[in-house]
Design a protein around this ligand. Sequence first.
Ligand code: GTP
Ligand code: MG
Length: 370
Amino acid sequence: PEIITVQELANRMAERGADVIKQLMRLGVMATINQSIDADTAELVVQEFGHRFKRVSDSDVEIGLEGEVDHDDHLEPRAPVVTVMGHVDHGKTSLLDALRSTDVAAGEAGGITQHIGAYQVKLSTGQKITFLDTPGHEAFTAMRARGAKATDIVVLVVAADDGIMPQTIEAIRHARAANVPMVVAINKIDKPDANPNKVRQALLQHEVIVEELGGEVQAIEVSAKSRVGLDKLEEAILLQAEILELRANPDRDAAGVVIEAKLDRGRGPVATVLVQKGTLKIGDIFVAGGEWGKVRALIDDHGKQRPSAGPSEPVEVLGLTGAPAAGDEFQVVESEVRAREVTAFRQRRTKEQRGVTVARASLEQMFSKI
Ligand code: GTP
Ligand code: MG
């Protein structure tokens, strides 16, 4: 019996639908994106992609490198992951800096210690919020493309003096495409020419209806410069998060997404990852896109070494064999052999895809010369 559509299968593997269709063709199965396939065929495809397949029941399958099923009673509340987006110079970075100063732990650690592209703020109430910093936008786009939902909430920053600008609209589109709720931060209200009401009105034209105008989107007036409204913004984020009932299982092998990665001269490849489920520990073997590694050290956003990192926590990971790409998913696997297998498969596939592109390009060149 057919149990899963090609689209759903692609989604669960975080692969492109077209690639799944191609794999199916190689197996001699012609299927369209909306067509359903049986469990045996699905299993073959899943293995081809280097993932693991598990039959949960006659009608459902679990797909993942580890294939662990998270039962409801294993799920625990987790902090919301928030990406700040908006037009250039509207104050995203300033706002993030200001919000970070409300972190009770930041004071303990002696102020802002390190920039790792993502950080978690702990409020005086004990509640936590994870913020994705620059290049949050870039990472967010990559994640969106892969259909992964790393961001729970988008904070749309709009400067009260400048109003809605092209990148504001772009950000609204991104949030919508990813099906992520928005909280609007109307920034720079300290400026004499600030006009927050005009911003609220203008948002209407883009179908963002704020609460004051009868809609459901919270819009908070803030000033990153004079530190006004920061607590209100945090409250709004937490309120939105409550509605989402964000939960994850901390007691499983970790999985998440790469926020940024670089080659550090002294430390080798370093990736900032956001743990989405499970707990990442020192010594864990993991794959991230086409790279793998064994966790040598975990460093938090205060520059402190940590033995582990749980759901919604961003950490720097040392011990990779190469630098993965922003937006790549990472997953802990059971052995180095498995890690090598998966990355070899993925690297081969990337090469094949490149080969196809090159072949196509040279064909086009040939024709253009005729
Ligand atoms: P990009 O990363 O380039 O897109 O910009 P951004 O959105 O991160 O803006 P950034 O935080 O760099 O701020 C841009 C300018 O606006 C800086 O000169 C800030 O000092 C100023 N600014 C940011 N927030 C406020 C505010 O609340 N009030 C006033 N008056 N100025 C602000
Ligand atoms: Mg910035």
